[in-house]
Design a protein around this ligand. Structure first.
Ligand code: SIN
Length: 495
């Protein structure tokens, strides 16, 4: 059985004292124009941490106004100056890593070690784009037909709306905000309602750096709100907005794309996943189990790159499932700030209800729970790490994104069947494969419909690499050299 960790530690008062809870417009934190607030709670205890300003339509328009007002000035700030600003933000985030990690754990629930890893991961996007800010290259060449030259310049797309999810409150804002600022765009950030505190903290770090350097503080604006539509609706319809970057569900992404269409907005969409985790007969099973735990259990399974379906070749299926079960038995569920915790809570009560429901449906259909399959007693939104085998291919546990700590195991006969199963989903964000056959690796890279492939590793995310998916998993890429392109328009000059 999985065990439970010891008692929780509250958010240190030194950190709590530095969390802005207002709306950031034009360099100033202020209450919501409607006067309202909404609560942000610790999912491990359900206790309210802060009441945060409930941004209104007017706040959203004011924020866009501030971003639009300084767009001209910001795009003419020298790339080196933008780079140095981002480098200073990176240094500050890194120096304050422990405080930020405590905040992430308090509002999102993940174990402190994971929160520290997220701070390093998020800060790395800021460092990467500090370096990219001065490497926005164009093109100069003689036209193929001769007679003239062609230049391609790049200029910032303009004010951008960045809509971030709750599961990585520093990394997701960092990988949108840093390339936007590096490219010369000003922004309005709409943080997730469930975890707006870390984002506000990061925005204040940027605001303070802008102010200290005499740069326009309206470059970064933040509108938390209990209603995403209240913020995104008026902004997507406003011709001053030129770009939307969204991370979240495919359903909401599709709706935002519709709303963005009349304004012909540039869009980047990082949407849902249903990652297959393929284990072939020739795999190193120790490595596969270690990778499986990493790919499944990061943030209690609440990531869009979480391994969602474990597809295991028949010859090693029993052995892999036994070992995975033992590994899950060794995990420690508890408050993320408690000593020894390796698995935190889910984000809210509905999330636990949904996970419980899809597991119950699979079990009704004949699936077998090898470990977990229930909630521990006590408060908080916990669900035990769970391994389920004999799962049906049409079970919701397999066809839908689980977003919880549940590993369904299915089997396949040969490589062709593995690829067919991997591709039997509208999603295509990431796939994982464990095999020692290099030829197979190259075939999988060609045939598996996913934007990313982890080979003998359960983790692909890296600030220097293009993160993103195909099919219903999204449009565009974040991170790497590709990430800044999303905030730049090419301008062709025939000379
Ligand atoms: C996500 O779950 O949306 C992002 C995960 C990552 O960047 O690794």
């Amino acid at each position: 059985m999985t065990s439970s960790a010891t008692s929780a530690t509250a958010l240190p008062p030194t950190v709590a004292a530095h969390v802005p809870t207002g709306v950031l417009v034009g360099g100033r934190w202020r209450p919501s124009s409607g006067g309202g607030t909404f609560p942000v709670a610790d999912p491990a205890t359900t206790e309210v941490l802060f009441d945060v300003a409930d941004g209104t339509e007017q706040d959203a328009l004011d924020a866009l106004g501030a971003a639009a007002d300084c767009a001209e000035e910001w795009r003419h700030v020298a790339p080196r100056e933008r780079s140095e600003l981002l480098r200073a933000v990176y240094e500050t985030l890194t120096a304050r890593a422990d405080d930020i990690a405590a905040l992430i754990t308090a509002e999102g629930g993940k174990p402190l070690a994971e929160s520290r890893a997220e701070v390093a991961y998020g800060a790395d996007y800021v460092r990467w784009y500090a370096e990219e800010a001065v490497r926005v290259d164009g093109l100069a060449r003689r036209a193929p037909a001769g007679g003239n030259h062609q230049l391609v310049l790049r200029r910032p797309v303009g004010p951008a709306l960045l809509v971030t999810p709750w599961n990585f409150p520093i990394a997701m804002v960092a990988r949108k905000l840093a390339p936007a600022l590096a490219a010369g765009c000003t922004v309005v950030v709409k943080p997730a309602q469930l975890t707006p505190l870390t984002t506000a903290y990061v925005a204040e770090v940027v605001r303070a750096q802008l102010e200290a350097r005499g740069l326009p503080t309206g470059v970064v604006n933040v509108v938390p709100s209990s209603s995403a539509r209240r913020v995104s609706g008026p902004l997507l319809a406003d011709p001053r907005l030129r770009k939307l970057s969204f991370t979240g569900s495919t359903e909401v992404g599709a709706r935002l794309l519709e709303q963005a269409a009349p304004n012909i907005l540039r869009t980047s969409m990082e949407l849902g996943g249903n990652a297959p985790f393929l284990v072939f007969d020739d795999a190193d099973l120790d490595a596969a189990v270690e990778g499986a735990v990493a790919a499944k259990m990061r943030n209690s399974g609440q990531t869009c790159v979480a391994a969602n379906r474990f597809l295991v070749q028949e010859g090693v299926a029993a052995e892999f499932t036994d070992r995975l079960t033992r590994a899950f038995e060794g995990l420690v569920v508890g408050h993320g700030a408690a000593e020894g915790t390796t698995v935190g809570p889910l984000i809210e009560a509905d999330a636990v209800d949904r996970v419980e429901q899809v597991v119950a449906e699979a079990v009704d259909g004949g699936a077998r729970v090898r470990v977990g399959g229930d909630r521990p007693r006590g408060r908080g939104y916990f669900y035990r790490p769970t391994v389920v085998d004999r799962v049906g291919r049409e079970d919701r546990l397999v066809t839908e994104e689980i977003f919880g700590p549940v590993a369904p195991v299915l089997t396949f006969g040969d490589e062709a069947e593995a690829v067919a199963l991997a591709n039997a989903t509208p999603f295509g964000l990431v796939a994982y494969a464990y095999t020692r056959d290099v030829g197979r690796v190259m075939r999988l890279a060609e045939e598996v419909e996913a934007g990313m492939l982890g080979v003998n590793r359960g983790m692909v995310s890296d600030a220097s690499a293009p993160f993103g998916g195909v099919k219903h998993s999204g449009l565009g890429r974040e991170g790497g050299a590709a990430g800044i392109e999303e905030y730049l328009d090419p301008v062709y000059v025939a000379l």
